[in-house]
Design a protein around this ligand. Structure first.
Ligand code: ZN
Length: 134
């Protein structure tokens, strides 16, 4: 079951400059900062109510974030939803004909298991589903 929007991912070129900008926008400091070497990104999270904004900067030209910015520029990259049972949701979504990028959940930022759907099957929106690691 989809429960809520976990976060909206924003692809940025310069995470220091963007952190300053979003700090000014929200009037608060970020809540969480994390580097994910396996995804070749730095992330900064701002919690806003029950959801967050996740700024993501590529640390390598081969990172999907770098390729996204090259093609489409900075901006909204993905929408992440909290689900109650990620394995069950992956099976359900596949059965419904959605194309998964990740057939199996993998560990993402902030101790969440995540899986991405292919934007081709969701009207161009990159959808991430996530479940907090127990
Ligand atoms: Zn995300």
């Amino acid at each position: 079951m989809f429960e809520k929007i976990a976060h909206i991912g924003v692809a940025v070129k310069d995470i220091k400059a963007s952190t300053k900008l979003f700090r000014k926008l929200f009037g608060k400091a970020p809540d969480h900062t994390e580097s994910l070497p396996e995804y070749k990104v730095h992330t900064v999270m701002f919690e806003i109510g029950h959801s967050s904004i996740e700024l993501t900067e590529a640390t390598d030209a081969e990172s999907p974030i770098a390729r996204f910015i090259e093609k489409r520029g900075e901006g909204v990259h993905h929408v992440s939803f909290v689900v109650d049972d990620i394995e069950k949701e992956i099976a359900r979504l596949k059965q419904q004909g959605f194309q998964m990028i990740d057939d199996k959940p993998r560990l993402g930022a902030d101790n969440y298991y995540v899986a991405f759907l292919h934007p081709k099957s969701t009207n161009g929106v990159l959808v991430e589903i996530s479940q907090k690691k127990a």
